[in-house]
Design a protein around this ligand. Sequence first.
Ligand SMILES: Cc1cc2nc3c(=O)[nH]c(=O)nc-3n(C[C@H](O)[C@H](O)[C@H](O)COP(=O)(O)OP(=O)(O)OC[C@H]3O[C@@H](n4cnc5c(N)ncnc54)[C@H](O)[C@@H]3O)c2cc1C
Length: 420
Amino acid sequence: MMSEKRKILVIGGGISGITAAVEAAEVGYEVILVEKEPYLGGRVARMHKYFPKMCPPTCGLEINFRRIRNNPRIQVHTMAEVTRISGEAGNFDVQIRLRPRYVNNGARIPDSLVDQVKSEMPDEFNLGMNKTKALYYPHPMAFPMLHVLEKDALSAEDRALLEKETPKGIIDFNMAVQEISEKVGAIVVATGWRPYDAQKIDNLGFGRCENVITNVMMERLVADSGPTQGKLKRMSDNEEIKKVAFVQCAGSRDENHLPYCSGVCCMGSLKQARYVREKLPDAHITIFYIDIRAISRHEKFYYDLLNDDHITFVKGKAAMITEDAVSRDAVVEVENTLSGKKMREPFDLVVLATGMVPNTAKTKIPMDSLRYDEYGFVKPWNGQKGVYAVGCALRPVDVARSVRQATGAAIKAIQCCKEV
Ligand SMILES: Cc1cc2nc3c(=O)[nH]c(=O)nc-3n(C[C@H](O)[C@H](O)[C@H](O)COP(=O)(O)OP(=O)(O)OC[C@H]3O[C@@H](n4cnc5c(N)ncnc54)[C@H](O)[C@@H]3O)c2cc1C
C-alpha cells in the first residue's frame, strides 16, 4: 500500500507538470495532477510546431499522454483548481475544486447529435479568433478526449434538444461543483505562463491596426486546426501577404511593461519566420530586433535564417505602428541603430513578439508561505520546504529547460516524501 506521504501533488498540466507527474509516478509514487483547463498540454498544445526540431506538439505530448494513460498511479483532474493548501513538507492537506463538465466521464455523445447543436461561443483554444460550439472537444488532439458542455452558452432550444435526444446517463445538467480533499507529501507548482496583454502597448497598434497580431495568435493562424485551417492571409481583407514584419521585445525589456527578457521570443519569431517561408515562399520578412538571443545549440537555427535572402534583420526597436487608412497596411516606424537611419515601412502583417507573464502574477497558489518575485514568478527558494516550482512558473524557459527542471523537481519531491 502506498502511504499518503508518498503522494505528490502537481499543479498545472502543461509540459512541465506532465513531465514531473510521469517521472514521479514511474518510480512508484502516487501523483495527483490538477489542471484548470479541460485538457492537458498547456501552451505547447497550442503551438503549430516547436523549435528547434520543428516537430508538431503531438510529437512530445502524445508520448507523455500514453505514459499517463498507462499509469494507474497518476490521477488527472481537469477543469480543476487547488483552493487551499495547509500543513508542511511531508504532510500537506490539499483542497481541490472540480468544475462540472456536464458530460459524464468516458461517455461519448453521438456526432450526429453534436452536429445539430447550434449555440456558439468564442473558441478559447484559438484565442477567440473563431467560434466553437457550446458542446465541443477542446481541440483535435485533446487529452482527455472528452466533450465539454458550456451550459451557460447553450440556447434553450439546444438544451431541450440535448435533454430529449442524448442517450441516458451521458449528459447531466445538474452536475455540481465538486470539492475533494487529499493529503500529499510534496507539491510541484507548474502553473506556467500567459502572454503579456498587447493592448497595453499603446505605440504598437495592437487592437487598432487589424494587420497587427501577436506571436501566440500566429501559432494558431498557421495551424491546420486553427481558425483559418492554416491559411495565412491579411487579417483586414483576406488578401495575399507579400511582406511580414516581426517586432521583437514588444513590451519586453521595457520598464513600462515587462522589464525582463522572456528568453524564448527571439527563437519563437525565428521559428515563425520559417512558418512564413513554408506557407508563403515569395513573401519577404523583416525582423526588427534589439539583439537576437539565440544561444548555444539555437545559434545554427539563427544563422540559417541570416543567409536567407527573403529575410532582412534590422537592429532597432519599433517606435510606432499605425494603420494606413487606405491600404490598411501596418506601418512600422523604427530607427536602424546600425545605420542611424529612420525607417517607415508598410507591411501586410506585423507580428508582435510579446513576452511571457507567470500565471501566478494574477492567481496565487493558495498557500500563505509561498514567496514570489516582483513579477509574480515563484521564487526558486520560495520559503516553503516541500514545494518546488518548475518551467514558466519559475521563469520564462523553453520546452527543453521546462522538461529538465520538471524532472529535477520530481526527484526533489520524491526525496522530500522519503525524508519526512
Ligand atoms: C510565441 C511562443 C512560441 C514558443 N515556441 C516554443 C517552441 O517552439 N519551442 C520551445 O521549446 N518553447 C517554445 N515556447 C515556450 C513554451 O511555450 C514554454 O516553454 C512552455 O509552455 C512551458 O511549459 P509549462 O508547463 O511550464 O507552462 P504552460 O505551457 O503555460 O502550462 C501550464 C499549465 O498550468 C495550467 N494552470 C495554470 N494555473 C493553474 C492553476 N492555478 N491550477 C491548475 N492549473 C493551472 C495551465 O492551464 C497550463 O495548462 C514558446 C513561447 C512563446 C511565447
